[in-house]
Write a protein that binds this ligand. Structure first.
Ligand SMILES: [Zn+2]
Length: 263
């Protein structure tokens, strides 16, 4: 039996539609391995472009905060600190995390920094990069999606891919995550930081500080171009705070008490 092409495409798209950790439907056309490879390649490009901060007190501080988080999600993530005034951080499929030193001027305590990194890791865990590349392909390419899915011959590349993975302003293209993805990353990230033993109120401090920085500066934080510091974000986080505090108490009772300081 020969099925009409639109039926084949629709079937493929439906087969690729999955449910995210908080129960949202999302279209995922790429395998975990494909996304990891794309993440690996993107991270190499960024490392070649950005100035790496030499090993020292600041890199040790960032590692100290990142390790309890990545320990909760399989460990063994590559963490790099870039010397830059940009207020930004990101995580990529393939287990890569980039933190810009400018972020430390806004995320001024360990719990606030854990909130940013937890949020970025949550985007990866929820496969938001995959969903964004997939949706972009499905929307733009139409029939080409079919060949990409069936043969995996053509891969998205270049700036579109970097933007779709969430790097936003870093590569000169602004393409924010959707509100739904932001909200999901907030809630997952809050759980993750609390389970690692960090104070979840750090997330509220962080987004308030981001908002203040935006209001008082000619140059708003880069992170805000992809992660708006909206009132609805604060409301969602505040509502989830009691449960997160219970999680933190359980984590600390179990001996997970991260102690990181920048002297
Ligand atoms: Zn986000």
């Amino acid at each position: 039996m020969r099925l009409p092409l639109p039926v084949i495409i629709l079937t493929l798209l439906l087969a690729a539609c999955t449910t995210s950790p908080t129960g949202q439907q999302q279209l995922l056309l790429f395998s975990e391995q494909d996304m990891a490879k794309l993440g690996d390649e993107s991270f190499e490009e960024i490392k070649a472009k950005e100035k790496l901060l030499p090993e020292g007190e600041v890199t040790a501080y960032v590692q100290c905060i990142t390790r309890p988080l990545t320990d909760r999600v399989g460990g063994d993530w590559e963490v790099r600190v870039f010397q830059s005034e940009d207020v930004n951080a990101f995580a990529l499929p393939g287990r890569h995390i980039g933190v810009y030193t400018g972020l430390l001027t806004v995320a001024q305590d360990p719990d606030a920094l854990a909130a940013v990194i937890g949020h970025e890791i949550a985007h990866v865990l929820a496969r938001h990069g995959n969903a964004r590349v997939s949706t972009q392909m499905a929307t733009q390419a139409g029939l080409e999606v079919l060949s990409a899915v069936s043969g995996m011959q053509s891969r998205p590349g270049g700036d579109d891919l970097l933007a779709a993975l969430g790097l936003g302003a870093q590569v000169g293209i602004l393409l924010p995550f959707s509100r739904q993805q932001e909200s999901e990353a907030d809630l997952l990230g809050l759980k993750l930081m609390a389970d690692a033993g960090f104070d979840p109120e750090g997330a509220l401090r962080l987004w308030r500080a981001m908002g203040a920085q935006q209001a008082g500066s000619q140059r708003p934080p880069e992170l805000l171009s992809t992660h708006p510091a909206s009132q609805s974000r604060l409301t969602t986080l505040a509502a989830a705070l009691p449960e997160a505090q219970a999680r933190q108490a359980a984590a600390r009772a179990a001996g997970r008490r991260p102690s990181c300081a920048l002297l």
